[in-house]
Design a protein around this ligand. Structure first.
Ligand code: NAI
Ligand code: OAA
Length: 350
């Protein structure tokens, strides 16, 4: 699960910022094809997540064409980001009549479109607005880029992924290997919180997070965290688990009505998108946690470690050994996750 996203970004910045003649030559030969052409779209690109995510995707050398779409405000964001001297060409699209152009030819579509939480709300409280937004965007993806990988960020992820799956099924374009709920922020938080408590270097830490992306459905597996052997007590593991599950709420409360996590989410979204692009490009052994169609439990969608490849999901990895506390957490999350999945399926078919 270690990612070289930072290294890629660093390399891109170094390449772009050097002004020597040699670097122009290097840059030209680089742009002419050391990586395949990849078109990536961000839907909701003018929003709190969309803008920093657009920036991070512009810094990613695996992207050759960056398509920024929103219902309003995209052209300014696209003009701004387009001036950065990295590989990709940037185009902005605004309004539904430009959605098709934004999507045509995409290899990867990232969706942070929709409303965020305010204090006191659950992610499910966003369902009424975001379910319709996701349904519409999924229908457009089925029409204009049915083969693209889809990274769903819009909440409630536990329901929006099943909604997109149903829309794709109806359009006869569904490929379960290509639809991902982005749960990377849970992993990012689990790594950060664990490193702080265990006193280990955060860059070395790996922690799988399984289940879903809301409250108790977020199940970090600290018993599998590496580096291990930090002698954390049961109480400390419980507190780390709770903090990971409540990480989104911690940010919502700190922002006090001004939305939810945007910067850490953009980072997490960029890490996951980078992993998807590497998989598409044939880089071996790319593994990230994601909420996907799954048979590793009795639930039809479940987050776990996933190996990424040229067609999206190459393999959904099992849960490994769980502690008794994690086994209990797994049983406790099933009812809520099942009902969120069923709610999404019912909505998509209504
Ligand atoms: N999966 C995860 O871990 C996380 C998910 N989120 C979710 O991401 C979503 C976006 O959050 P923010 O960027 O903070 O919200 P925001 O309100 O700042 O931005 C959302 C953007 O979506 C756009 N939008 C609305 N309808 C659209 C449509 N039909 N097509 C294209 N764009 C549309 C809006 O114009 C706006 O620019 C929320 O649902 C939030 O809950 C947020 C953090 C983490
Ligand atoms: O908490 C929220 O509403 C946004 C989110 O999903 C997160 O930060 O994990």
């Amino acid at each position: 699960m270690r990612t070289s996203m930072f290294r890629s970004v660093e390399t891109a910045i170094r390449r772009a910022s050097s002004s020597s003649t040699t670097s122009h030559i290097v840059r030209r030969s680089y742009a002419s094809g050391s990586h395949p052409e990849r078109k990536v779209a961000v839907l909701g690109a003018a929003g709190g997540i969309g803008q920093p995510l657009a920036l991070l995707m512009k810094l990613n050398p695996l992207v050759s064409s960056l398509s920024l779409y929103d219902i309003a405000g995209t052209l300014g964001v696209a003009a701004d980001v387009s001036h950065i001297n990295t590989r990709s060409e940037v185009k902005g699209y605004t309004g539904e009549d430009q959605l098709g152009q934004a999507l045509e030819g995409c290899d990867l579509v990232i969706i942070p479109a929709g409303v965020p939480r305010k204090p006191g709300m659950t992610r499910d409280d966003l369902f009424n607005i975001n379910a319709g937004i996701v349904k519409g965007l999924a229908a457009a993806i089925a029409k204009y880029c049915p083969n693209a990988l889809v990274n769903m960020i819009s909440n409630p992820v536990n329901s929006t992924v099943p909604i997109a799956a149903e829309v794709f099924k109806k359009a006869e374009t569904y490929d379960e290997k290509k639809l991902f709920g982005v749960t990377t922020l849970d992993v990012v938080r689990a790594k950060t919180f664990y490193a702080g408590k265990a006193g280990v270097h955060v860059a070395d830490v790996n922690v799988p997070v399984v289940g879903g992306h809301a409250g108790v459905t977020i199940l970090p597996l600290f018993s599998q965290a590496t580096p291990a052997g930090s002698n954390l007590s049961d109480e400390e593991i419980k507190a780390l688990t709770k903090r990971t599950q409540d990480g989104g709420t911690e940010v919502v409360e700190a922002k006090a009505g001004k939305g939810s996590a945007t910067l850490s989410m953009a980072y997490a979204g960029a890490v996951f998108a980078d992993a998807c692009l590497k998989g598409l490009n044939g880089v071996p052994n790319i593994v990230e946690c994601s909420y996907v169609q799954s048979t590793i439990t009795d639930l039809p969608f479940f987050a776990s470690k996933v190996r990424l490849g040229k067609n999206g999901v190459e393999e959904v990895l099992g849960l490994g050994n769980l502690s008794d506390f994690e086994k209990e957490g797994l049983e406790n999350l099933k009812a809520e996750l099942k009902s969120s999945i069923e709610k999404g399926i019912k909505f998509a078919n209504s």
